[in-house]
Design a protein around this ligand. Structure first.
Ligand code: SF4
Ligand code: SF4
Length: 398
């Protein structure tokens, strides 16, 4: 890909914006200790500061977009731990999205697999068919015969054995205050959490509209597929406006950033935030269980609801809540990263698995379906669920 043409002098508006964002970096290096890819490689080019320098050089046309430079940018997990600690308030997320948009989609992007994942109706049909016609031992055989770098192997390894739950039907309460966005993979593989969220929010007094299930465009936006991301954003705006609600909620923290990007000025929040602030009347039945709580990067750095989640879980009498400490800052899932770079994703997962082994929990909780699938591929029989699913299961009925 050497010599790939980028907007050179005079700089295009997007390239100029990237250069301006990059100039905010004072190169202090305070972001390096929180960057998972820097911890993995100990290479400046795999750090936030290194990536900002690469983005600036590309935007100014000072270097060619070689495959080596591009790969350093593609390895970024988009976890935003760097943005969270940056004293100069560098808008790293915008810079990364803008640079990837300038470069266009990566050649490593598994287009066919992503097209399937982003279509929940098709994904659901294939999952049901797969469960019927591919017995588990065939799945193990197939997985074992695919290359370690194969996106399909990574996707098959993370696929749960159980058939997906019946999806949440689109519909609305009268005069809804909230619109619930089901998403794509989450609407199929985490339908239980969607049902749980609806039940808890209604129990806390909210009127909710459920939007149809479709992809928010996060994987396209972060993968440089700008036109596809914009189509997803337009679809979201149409459904949001038709809902008549005042706030949008998503049970998947990994979608929140993209939803906010598509709906500037709209309050887009994690239901855990609303339940923590408006759910004082909710009562929970006791449950004597040791649960390890994995906190996804986006729940800390985008949703900001890690504290709300832990406070709500601690209201279940008898529940032993064991949060996994940070670092490690990322389990390696990171949207499509686990499909594009499965070997790196597996390396990044090791520290989280080590912590889990030490805690010896009876169940794993994590709010991001991508993290749960990625961790589940390596945790064998340890059951896992969304924290909202557990809260709804323990909800005391009047
Ligand atoms: S912490 Fe912020 S200013 Fe410092 S090197 Fe990192 S991105 Fe640049
Ligand atoms: S978003 Fe995460 S992986 Fe990417 S540079 Fe920042 S800290 Fe590192």
């Amino acid at each position: 890909m050497s010599g790939m043409p980028l907007e050179k002098s005079p700089m295009s508006a997007p390239a100029g914006r990237i250069a301006k964002l990059a100039d905010q970096c004072v190169q202090c290096g305070l972001c390096l200790p929180v960057c998972p890819t820097y911890a993995l490689d100990r290479n400046e080019a795999e750090s936030p500061r290194g990536r900002i320098a690469i983005a600036a050089a590309l935007a100014r046309g000072a270097v060619d977009a070689t495959s080596a430079l591009r790969e350093h940018l593609d390895h970024c997990l988009g976890c935003l731990s760097c943005e969270n600690v940056c004293p100069a308030h560098v808008q790293y997320d915008e810079l990364l999205i803008g640079t990837r948009a300038l470069l266009g989609p990566s050649p490593r992007r598994p287009r066919l697999l992503l097209a399937l994942i982003e279509r929940p109706a098709l994904l659901r049909v294939l999952r049901r068919l797969g469960d019927r016609v591919v017995p588990p031992r065939w799945k193990a055989w197939l997985t074992g015969h695919l290359r370690a770098t194969s996106a399909w192997r990574a996707a098959l390894s993370g696929m749960p054995a159980a058939a997906p739950t019946v999806p949440l039907a689109a519909g609305s309460d009268e005069r809804p205050q909230l619109a619930l966005f089901p998403g794509c993979v989450a609407s199929v593989e985490d339908a239980e959490a969607q049902h749980a969220s609806l039940r808890l929010l209604r129990a806390a007094g909210f009127r909710v509209s459920v939007l149809p299930a479709f992809c928010c465009g996060a994987m396209d936006l972060h993968g440089g597929a700008t036109a596809a991301a914009e189509r997803a954003a337009q679809r979201l705006r149409r459904h949001w406006q038709a809902s008549g609600a005042g706030r949008l909620v998503s049970v998947t923290p990994g979608c929140l950033g993209t939803l906010r990007h598509a709906l500037p000025g709209v309050s887009v929040v994690d239901p855990l935030e609303l339940l923590a602030s408006h759910g004082e009347s909710l009562r929970f039945r006791p449950l004597p269980l040791r649960v390890a709580v994995h906190v996804p990067c986006t729940q800390v750095n985008v949703a900001g609801t890690d504290g709300d989640m832990l406070r709500l879980l601690r209201r279940i009498p008898g529940l032993e809540v064991l949060p996994l400490s940070r670092p490690p800052h990322c389990c390696g899932a990171a949207g499509s990263h686990q499909l594009e770079f499965p070997e790196r994703a597996a390396q990044l997962r090791e520290a989280t698995l080590h912590q889990l082994g030490a805690l010896d929990p009876q169940r794993l909780l994590s709010s991001n379906i991508g993290c749960r699938l990625h961790l589940g591929a390596a945790t064998g029989t340890l059951p896992s669920q969304h924290p909202l699913t557990l809260l709804a299961q323990q909800l005391e009925l009047d």
